[in-house]
Design a protein around this ligand. Structure first.
Ligand SMILES: *[C@@H]1O[C@H](CO)[C@@H](O)[C@H](O)[C@H]1NC(C)=O
Ligand SMILES: *[C@@H]1O[C@H](CO)[C@@H](O)[C@H](O)[C@H]1NC(C)=O
Ligand SMILES: *[C@@H]1O[C@H](CO)[C@@H](O)[C@H](O)[C@H]1NC(C)=O
Ligand SMILES: *[C@@H]1O[C@H](CO)[C@@H](O)[C@H](O)[C@H]1NC(C)=O
Ligand SMILES: *[C@@H]1O[C@H](CO)[C@@H](O)[C@H](O)[C@H]1NC(C)=O
Length: 256
């Protein structure tokens, strides 16, 4: 491959990777149009009232917040849908939502997050009812997702640096751009793997059964993967493919 063609394809791939990563990062920072749809993981609690009713044998009232602008974490009612991003999460009632404060290295702790929204007469029965599964293990989920965040941020910086150094014509910088692309591929791969594994494990809540043994019903809380994780995997794939032209160009110029 010609040097110019290599630099062109490597840079285009790195640029696509960077754009995908930017979209992944902004997910759930607020509820304005674009970030609203982008999340790492979603939790749907809309069936939980029915699950709780079957478990307790009493009608359930006041479990959900009816106003989308009700503050989060204030024991004022849970939201039907929660979407979690890398920096914050939003709770949605009937399609409109409110978001938490944003902070870097946010831990994904879905169970504590949702229980903190419940009125006190429901949080106790919920912690007594759901006693197994990774979903309730906030320490495990929090630690791993926090670690994954740092890997993803290192990977994102590497992608930007690979793109930048790859555009400048200098032998040492060509070597650096290859190094950044390889390092970025590695850290993004580990970060994406951690998130994928953690979500798969938390999804065990989807098949949790409650109610009398004669007539069991689903708990009604379901975990699903969000679009941001697919963006992360796509960004990783683009970067991985870009390492090839980066390497070829690196070798090509080293020989001259
Ligand atoms: C949540 O789950 C309910 C019942 O399974 C479903 O009808 C609803 O469409 C889901 N909401 C979203 C946003 O996926
Ligand atoms: C829990 O509290 C809410 C609001 O205070 C009330 O509407 C609901 O009936 C209570 N539920 C139970 C099972 O006590
Ligand atoms: C929801 O709460 C906000 C602020 O507290 C209030 O302005 C709004 O009218 C409420 N909406 C409904 C439908 O109650
Ligand atoms: C959700 O929105 C629909 C249509 O806009 C409305 O009929 C329904 O009452 C709303 N539900 C709640 C809980 O606000
Ligand atoms: C969000 O930030 C505001 C202002 O910094 C603070 O007053 C509020 O308590 C924070 N909310 C949460 C849930 O931490």
């Amino acid at each position: 491959m010609r040097g110019e063609l290599c630099i062109g394809s490597a840079s285009v791939l790195a640029l696509i990777s960077l754009i995908l990563l930017i979209f992944m990062h902004v997910g759930q920072i607020n509820t304005s149009t674009v970030p609203r749809g982008i999340s790492m993981v979603n939790v749907n609690t809309s069936g939980y009232a029915a699950g709780l009713e079957a478990a307790l044998g009493d009608p359930i009232a006041g479990l959900y917040a009816t106003n989308a602008s009700t503050p989060l974490q204030a024991m004022l009612g849970i939201r039907e849908n929660y979407k979690f991003g890398l920096y914050s999460y939003c709770g949605y009632v009937n399609g409109s939502g409110i978001c938490s404060n944003t902070s870097a290295a946010t831990r994904w702790e879905p169970f504590s997050t949702i229980v903190a929204d419940m009125r006190s007469n429901y949080s106790g029965v919920t912690t007594a009812l759901i006693t197994e599964g990774t979903f309730i293990d906030s320490d495990y989920l929090g630690e791993f997702t926090k670690g994954a965040y740092y890997l993803i941020i290192i990977g994102s910086v590497c992608v930007a640096m690979a793109l930048l150094t790859g555009l400048l014509k200098h032998t040492v910088l060509f070597f650096l751009s290859t190094l950044f692309a390889v390092l970025g591929s590695l850290t993004l791969l580990i970060g994406a793997t951690i998130w994928t594994v953690v979500i798969k494990k938390a999804e065990s809540i989807n098949s949790f059964i409650v109610g009398p043994s004669g007539a069991p019903v689903p708990l009604g809380i379901t975990v699903s993967t969000g679009d941001a994780l697919f963006l992360l995997w796509a960004a990783w794939a683009c970067l991985l493919v870009s390492t090839l032209p980066y390497m070829i160009r690196c070798v090509h110029y080293a020989e001259q």
